[in-house]
Design a protein around this ligand. Structure first.
Ligand code: GUN
Length: 298
């Protein structure tokens, strides 16, 4: 069994980005600049945004963290986005999701200038992805594609089973894996909460992407011998014995599934780190440099 170690794969991406930034600075150019907006104090969102900002710093990107109160009016958040859209010093903008209930996520996403949409959530970005045009790929599916590339996982002609149809992971993942890309060309089944016989479908999967957000949902009896298993889950599960009072659990029962899989991602230390790598690559792309690797036709 091969461990698809996100630390190793993300480090490789970050090293390459670091070199690029170094060269930009040597040429007297500014470093790419990411603006992240965090509304409220959701614990998980705080952690993710802090990690995004820290990773920017590590590779020499500039970053601005903009915090807003949970009770902020939608109009004020939209004004902030317009301001960042018009700020030539900002290359990429992300608004951490989820947002408080009184704010329309759709409106917020559509307010972002598509040229700065490093999350790839804007309808224009999604439309381009569907049509196989160059665009920003949402960071988590992008990170998974980078991981498949790093560990040279063959995907052509394989049956990929994606569990979960979110706009952030499942749906864009299904599009990428079915696209004519070096690590695409799969036959894809996209499963969701209304899929009957999920177990039978999973058992047909050469590649399983678990992105439904239910801790340890995928068990060994749902996985074909030799399958590649990618775990996108990062649920906080209460555990009084843990220092922080919770543990992070993936969507895959790692101990039992790893005995059947030919390759598997750990949680933590797998897809989460690759998401950051995807975001950093998108930020460089927004800055004006073409991302390498993806977009390559097979
Ligand atoms: N919430 C969960 N994942 C993401 C992500 O990739 N981007 C943003 N902006 N919010 C998220």
């Amino acid at each position: 069994m091969m461990l698809l170690d996100g630390k190793i794969a993300s480090q490789a991406v970050k090293e390459s980005l670091k070199t690029t930034v170094h060269q930009l600075l040597m040429d007297g150019k500014p470093a790419p600049h990411l603006a992240a907006i965090l509304v409220g104090t959701n614990g998980a969102s705080e952690t993710y945004v802090a990690s995004k900002v820290k990773n920017c710093e590590e590779i020499g990107f500039r970053s601005s963290l903009i915090r807003m109160e949970e009770s902020i009016e939608e109009a004020l958040l939209l004004d902030k986005i317009y301001e960042l859209n018009n700020d030539a010093a900002i290359d990429g903008i992300l608004v951490q999701l989820p947002l408080p209930k009184h704010i329309s996520e759709a409106k917020v996403i559509e307010a972002i200038n598509p040229a700065k949409d490093v999350d790839g959530f804007h309808p224009i970005s999604v439309g381009k992805l569907v049509q196989g045009l160059e665009t920003f790929i949402p960071a988590t599916p992008y990170g998974i594609m980078l991981m498949l590339e790093h560990f040279n996982i063959e995907t052509k002609g394989k049956h990929a089973v994606v569990i979960g149809r979110s706009n952030i992971v499942g749906r864009p993942m299904s599009i990428l894996l079915s696209s004519n890309l070096k690590h695409g060309n799969c036959t894809v089944t996209l499963c969701h909460s209304h899929t009957p016989n999920l177990k039978e479908i999973c058992l047909q999967g050469d590649i399983i992407i678990a992105a439904l957000g239910r801790p340890e949902f995928v068990k060994a009896d749902m996985v074909k011998e030799g399958a590649v298993v990618i775990d996108v889950g990062i649920t906080r599960v209460e555990d009084p014995t843990a220092k922080k009072g919770f543990r992070i659990k993936g969507d895959v029962a790692f101990d039992e599934v790893s005995t059947k899989a030919s390759a598997i991602t750990p949680v933590p230390g797998g897809v989460g780190l690759m998401t950051i790598a995807g975001l950093l690559k998108n930020t460089l792309q927004a800055y004006g440099l073409k991302a390498e690797g993806l977009g390559q036709k097979a």
